[in-house]
Design a binder for this molecule. Structure first.
Ligand SMILES: [Zn+2]
Length: 139
């Protein structure tokens, strides 16, 4: 057991066949997704072809990092050491279209969460890995 690290280790990433570019961009504090050269659709998760038109012309393009909260939940029970309760999980619709599941970092809305605008931030985990999370855009 390692007692040197202050923050608990995150669960190891499950790296799919097409995930490496996404996480490489995140480590550079950039949010990028595959975008189809034929129909201009962004997609997430990444894959071998466009999910809309099956084109193989996929390029990684940068995103604005802006999104809108579609759904949220606060867990009041700890399931993983790295996620001590209470913690939230949100689903956002990125301005470019795809959905992403993440956490809302910092202040949370006092009332309704759904529809709130958020922007991406990069949380540093115990082993130096960056994780894209979101913060409220203050009006
Ligand atoms: Zn397409």
């Amino acid at each position: 057991m390692n007692h040197d690290t202050k923050a608990p280790a995150m669960p190891k990433r499950v790296m799919g066949l097409y995930d490496k570019s996404f996480w490489s961009h995140v480590q550079d504090r950039k949010l990028s997704l595959q975008c189809c050269g034929a129909c201009n659709t962004f997609q997430y998760p990444p894959g071998p072809v466009c999910s809309q038109c099956l084109s193989e012309q996929l390029d990684w393009k940068p995103l604005s990092g802006l999104a809108t909260i579609l759904s949220w939940v606060v867990f009041r029970r700890t399931y993983l050491e790295a996620y001590q309760a209470p913690y939230n999980v949100i689903t956002v619709r990125l301005d470019e279209g795809p959905l992403m599941v993440s956490n809302l970092q910092g202040p949370v809305p006092e009332g309704e969460w759904i529809g709130k605008r958020v922007s991406v931030v990069y949380a540093e985990m115990a082993e130096g890995q960056l994780l894209p999370r979101f913060e409220l855009i203050q009006p």
